[in-house]
Every structure is written in C-alpha cells, then in structure tokens.
Design a binder for this molecule. Structure first.
Ligand code: ATP
Ligand code: MG
Ligand code: FE
Length: 335
C-alpha cells in the first residue's frame, strides 16, 4: 500500500512516498529556513510563495526517488492543519489536483498526528501509549489507547517549547531557528542560574514557558544594565535544564499513571540532544515501558510522517474529498 504524502504547513515544502505506513521510499524536504532567517522568523506570505515555487518539483522528486508511478499509489495524503493557512492551501490544492487527475482517494492528516506517527517509521507502535509532543507551535502530552484515537491530557497554557527556545535564542542574539543553537551552546555551559520551573498545580500535566522566557530576558537585561558579563553558554544550559526537568518529569509521571506500553517523543524539539539523553536516562529506570525516539530527520517537519499517519486513516476509512480545505485550527481529538 503506497501513499504519496505532502506537507506544507509551515516553512518546509515536503513530499514523501511511504509503504504500509512504516517504510520510507522517499522523503524530500525543501526547507525555507535560509530565507526566513533574514526576518528572524517565518513570514507567512513569503512561505506561501516559496511553497508554490517548490511544490511541483518536490513532488516529482519524491515520486522519482521512490521509483513509483501514480497508478501504483493507493492514496494521496496531505496535512490539513494546523499551520499557516496560506501555506497549508498550497499542499492541499496540490494533493486535490493529483487525487482528481488520477482518481485516487484523498486523506487529510492532522500535523501533530503526523509528528506522533513519525515513530511508526522507527518501530511498531504498541497501545496504550503516551506521546510527548514538543514542537514550534505545540507542547502536549497525548494519550492514545488505540490507533487513531488521541486524548490530550496536558498542553501548554502559553508558549510552546520550541517558541520558548526560539525567543530565548533571539535574546542571546542567535540566528533563527534558535533551538539547535541553544542545544549546542547548552552542552558547553553549566546550569548555574536558578531559572524558575513551572510545575503548575499538583497533578497537572499542563505546561507553561512564558515565565521562564521572561526570567531569561530579565536576567540578560539586568546584566546589561549593571554592565556585568554573562556567559551565554551558562544561560543556555540553565534555560534548557529548566525546560527539560519539567517536561521529562511530567512525562514520566503520566506514563506511570496511564500505565502505558510505550512513550513516544515527537516534534521539532525532540531533536534536542539534552532532552533525548535525559528522557532516555529517566526511562531506563522504568521497567516495561519502551521509549521510542525518531531520528533527527523525522523530528522536524517532513512528509513521511504524514504518510505514516495517513495509512491508519486509510485503513479506518477516514477519507477526505475534494471539499477538503486547509484548516489552521484543526482539532486533534475530534478529527
Ligand atoms: P508545529 O509542529 O507545532 O506546527 P512547527 O512545525 O513549526 O510547529 P517543528 O518543525 O515541529 O515546528 O519544530 C520546529 C521547532 O523545533 C523550532 O522551534 C526549533 O527551534 C525547534 N528545534 C529544532 N531543533 C531543536 C533542538 N535541537 N533543540 C531545541 N529545539 C529545536
Ligand atoms: Mg519548520
Ligand atoms: Fe511541525
């Protein structure tokens, strides 16, 4: 069962061919980062225009690398939302055109379901499971008792983890996107600055990063006012420790409470070396719960993860039609 998948929700134009939801035949990603870098973040209108320029080439390249023809495909899948509406529309319209022209079923996929199912490209999923989703726009703990059923048991009340990384990076005058730069700096520094930890109410699986972000900004501002030297590496290490301590500890607590078989790591921030190492270490202490972490290329946005999630929707008969539209506010639980 071959699925052509398309992803254009933000600043990566991507197309992939995935076999049986777990085998990547091709996964082509054209990133726009170098262009958005100049503006310090993603400019939606620019993103849409670049997707228009790239989409056909990227799809053709994905088909070529996979060595398949349109008549070999079982379906076309596309990210329906959430994301930038103008960006989503490019992928959605490309997918609809291919579905119409070749008489193929069309499958709309939730972007976060894609990040979670990236793990299915690594190894078979076992339910019930818990997914820690940490990306540019989301920080969520998602409980899945079976395939295709998502229950959000905790989420951020303000910034997403990736957003906090990118804002703190900007304060440290690092280029966009800042996550990987903070990650690298953090390895060189010591976590000596006592930034706050947002534990929230007892038993809550929600997150909050805006207080931490403000604490870092204030720390830098105060140092500048007093003419004191700061160690950017120590700031990065201290910030990262605060983020990781909270998300890892809540993940472990939820994994025990919900008695899951697997914990999955998902989203762009899952590429973080410190997070991967700490989660691995803490999970080693738990018997009977398996940790699945995707390779770096499957953590950030890519179409293969959309193809993996689409396979389940195809199996479950959850098909779209030509009325499918980009939906920036698409709900994961009620899709
Ligand atoms: P969403 O998936 O929520 O819609 P998005 O698609 O924009 O948002 P992703 O592409 O999943 O987000 O992830 C991008 C984010 O991941 C950015 O904020 C980036 O800084 C962060 N990131 C990437 N690599 C790392 C890293 N090594 N450490 C920390 N953060 C990272
Ligand atoms: Mg991106
Ligand atoms: Fe994403």
């Amino acid at each position: 069962c071959l699925i052509l998948a398309i992803e254009t929700s933000c600043d990566e134009t991507s197309a992939a061919v995935v076999k049986n939801g777990n085998e990547i035949l091709s996964n082509v990603v054209a990133t726009q980062i170098d262009i958005h870098k100049r503006f310090g973040g993603v400019v939606p209108e620019v993103a849409s225009r670049l997707h228009v320029e790239q989409i056909t080439l990227v799809i053709e390249e994905a088909m070529k690398q996979a060595q398949v023809e349109y008549e070999d495909l079982a379906a076309v899948a596309v990210t329906e939302g959430p994301g930038l509406v103008g960006a989503l529309l490019i992928g959605v319209n490309a997918a609809k055109a291919i579905a119409f022209a070749h008489g193929l079923p069309l499958i709309g996929v939730h972007h976060i379901a894609g990040h979670i199912y990236a793990n299915q490209l690594v190894q078979p999923l076992q339910y019930p499971l818990l997914a820690l989703v940490v990306s540019g726009g989301h920080t969520e703990l998602v409980y899945m008792k079976e395939d295709g059923v998502f229950e959000v048991i905790g989420e951020t009340r303000d910034d997403a983890a990736g957003e906090a990384y990118d804002k703190v990076a900007r304060t440290l005058k690092l280029p966009y996107p800042g996550g990987p730069h903070i990650d690298r700096l953090a390895q060189e520094g010591n976590a000596t600055i006592p930034f706050p930890r947002a534990w929230l109410e007892e038993g809550s699986y929600d997150f909050s990063f805006s207080g931490l972000k403000s604490a870092v900004i204030n720390y830098m501002h105060n140092a500048e006012q007093r003419g004191e030297a700061v160690s950017p590496a120590d700031v990065a290490a201290s910030f990262q420790e605060s983020v990781i301590e909270v998300i890892v500890s809540k993940t472990i607590q939820a994994a025990k409470e919900y008695d899951v078989k697997q914990v999955l790591l998902a989203g762009g921030v899952a590429a973080n070396k410190g997070l991967r190492a700490t989660l691995q270490e803490e999970m080693n202490a738990l018997n009977n719960i398996e940790l699945v972490i995707p390779p770096l290329s499957l953590c950030t946005d890519n179409a293969a993860m959309i193809g993996a999630a689409a396979f389940i929707r195809l199996k479950q008969g959850k098909l779209g039609n030509l009325a499918l539209n980009g939906n920036p506010g698409l709900d994961l639980e009620n899709m």
